[in-house]
Design a protein around this ligand. Structure first.
Ligand SMILES: *Cc1c(COP(=O)(O)O)cnc(C)c1O
Ligand SMILES: [Zn+2]
Length: 405
C-alpha cells in the first residue's frame, strides 16, 4: 500500500497535466495547479474507519496528501482541532446544531499551519532550499517557523500594518523579513520578481500546489467528525480563499471515494469584511472572477485580499454547492468577537468572529434552517490580535484592600 496516492498535477483551468516530481508554480496558462490522486486505487485499499485509529494530526490522511515519504514530514503537531458545540449562541440564533471548529489551537496560532506543514514538507521532499512569499502575517509566521524546522531558508514580505506579533514570529524564526508600504498584492509583486530572478520557490497563495492540500484537511476533519457525513453549511472567512477551495476539494475527493454519506455536499459560504469584499461583489453580480478591490480596509487583517488568484475557484465552490457569499461590517465582527468570549469562553480572531456575524444574518433571513448542522471556522486565536479587545478600566486596588460586591 502506498504512503501517498499522489498521481500528478492538473491545471484548474485548462486541465493540462504535469509530472508532480517537478518543482512547479502555475500552469503555463497562468492558472493554479491542483494536486490529483489515484482515487480508484485509494478506494480499493483504504477504509474511512481506519482513520480513527491513527495519530491525532492531519497526517492521518497521508494517503490523500502529496508527501511521498514519511521521513520528509515536517510537523509541529498540527491538525485535529476541536469541534465545539455553541449551545448558547445556537439558542440565541435559533440554530439547533451550531458548531465552531477552533483553529486557534494550531501550532503558530492559526490554520495557516496546515498549509505550511504540508507545503514545507513537500518543499523538503523536492529539494527546495529557499522559499519566498508575501503575507498578511499569519501565513508568513507559519511558513517561516516550519521552514526553520525543515532547515529551509525563508524570505518573507509583509505590509507594514500586518499584526505585529506575526512579524515577531517571522523574525524569531530567523527568516529574512521585509516590510512593504502597501498591501499583500504589492508584497506579492516583490516576491514574484525575487523568485524569478534568484531561483527561489514562490509559495504565494494558489501559486504553489501543496499549501491547498494542507488546508484541505479541514474538510477531511469536519467530515470525519460527523462520522463521514458533511454538515449542511460551512462558513469560512475568505481572503485568498485557499481554505474554502481546500474544503471543497476535500469533499469532492471524499465523494469520489464513496466516503461521504449519501454523496451530500455541504453548502459553502464565503464570508468577507465589508471593507474588502471582492468575492462577494462578484458573487452578487453573477461573475466568475472578482475585480481588484480598491482601498481595502478592515480589522480582519487575514482576509484583506483585494484580488485573489483563486477567486474563480472560490466562486465555483460556492455555486456548485448552492452556497453563498456575504460581507459583514467591522462593527458586527467586534460585536461577535466579544459575544463569543462572553457566552462561549472563546477568544477568537476577528476573521473567525466574521463567520458568527454571517451565521446570525443567514439564520435571521431563513437561509439557514433551524435544524441544519452549521460549522463556523475560527481560523486563528484572538491572542494574535490583542488590540481588537479593550483593556477596559478595571479598578485598581491597594494590597490589603477588599473586593467590593
Ligand atoms: C489567512 C487567513 C484567513 C483567510 O484565509 P484564506 O484561506 O486565504 O482565505 C482567514 N483567517 C485568518 C486568521 C487568516 O490568517
Ligand atoms: Zn492551464
Amino acid at each position: 500500500m502506498a504512503y501517498s496516492y499522489l498521481s500528478h498535477l492538473e491545471c484548474s483551468k485548462c486541465t493540462k497535466a504535469y509530472d508532480a516530481s517537478q518543482v512547479l508554480n502555475q500552469c503555463a496558462c497562468g492558472a493554479p495547479l491542483l494536486v490529483r490522486y489515484d482515487l480508484e486505487l485509494a478506494m480499493r485499499h483504504l477504509r474511512p474507519h481506519e482513520m480513527a485509529r491513527r495519530s491525532g494530526s492531519l497526517w492521518r490522511y497521508h494517503e490523500l496528501l502529496p508527501v511521498q515519504k514519511a521521513d520528509n514530514i515536517v510537523t509541529l503537531g498540527e491538525g485535529m482541532t476541536p469541534m465545539l458545540p455553541l449551545v448558547k449562541t445556537g439558542d440565541y440564533l435559533g440554530l439547533n446544531h451550531l458548531y465552531l471548529k477552533d483553529e486557534g489551537l494550531m501550532p503558530t496560532g492559526s490554520f495557516k499551519a496546515r498549509g505550511a506543514a504540508v507545503g514545507i514538507s513537500r518543499a523538503k521532499e523536492l529539494g527546495i532550499h529557499t522559499i519566498t512569499m508575501p503575507t498578511n502575517g499569519n501565513a508568513g509566521a507559519a511558513w517561516a517557523l516550519y521552514a526553520a524546522r525543515a532547515g529551509i531558508r525563508a524570505s518573507i514580505v509583509m505590509p507594514e500594518d500586518a499584526p505585529e506579533i506575526t512579524r515577531r514570529e517571522c523574525i524569531a524564526s530567523g527568516a529574512d523579513v521585509h516590510l512593504v508600504q502597501g498591501l499583500i498584492s504589492d508584497a506579492g509583486r516583490i516576491t514574484n520578481t525575487a523568485a524569478a530572478e534568484k531561483g527561489w520557490f514562490d509559495t504565494s497563495t494558489m501559486n504553489e500546489p501543496y499549501r491547498l492540500e494542507g488546508k484541505k484537511t479541514m474538510g477531511f476533519e469536519i467530515a470525519e467528525y460527523f462520522a463521514w457525513d458533511a454538515p449542511d453549511v460551512i462558513l469560512y472567512p475568505t481572503g485568498g480563499g485557499v481554505g474554502l477551495i481546500g474544503i471543497y476539494k476535500a469533499m469532492l475527493e471524499l465523494r469520489s471515494l464513496g466516503w461521504l454519506e449519501g454523496g451530500r455536499m455541504p453548502r459553502l459560504v464565503a464570508v468577507q469584511a465589508a471593507g474588502c469584499a471582492p468575492i462577494v461583489q462578484a458573487y452578487k453580480q453573477g461573475k466568475t472572477e472578482s475585480e481588484f478591490w480598491p482601498d481595502a480596509l478592515t480589522i480582519a487583517f487575514g482576509i484583506t485580499v483585494p484580488k485573489a488568484l483563486g477567486d474563480f475557484l472560490v466562486l465555483e465552490a460556492i455555486r456548485e454547492t448552492n452556497g453563498c457569499a456575504l460581507s459583514v461590517t467591522d462593527e458586527e465582527i467586534l460585536h461577535w468577537q466579544r459575544r463569543l468570549a462572553r457566552e462561549e469562553g472563546l477568544f477568537v480572531c476577528p476573521e473567525g468572529a466574521a463567520t458568527a456575524a454571517a451565521a446570525a444574518r443567514l439564520a435571521a433571513d431563513g437561509w439557514i434552517a433551524h435544524g441544519e448542522r452549521v460549522v463556523l471556522l475560527n481560523t486563528g486565536t484572538g491572542l494574535k490580535y490583542p488590540n481588537t479587545f479593550e483593556m477596559g478600566n478595571a479598578p485598581v486596588l491597594e494590597p490589603g484592600d477588599e473586593l467590593p460586591g
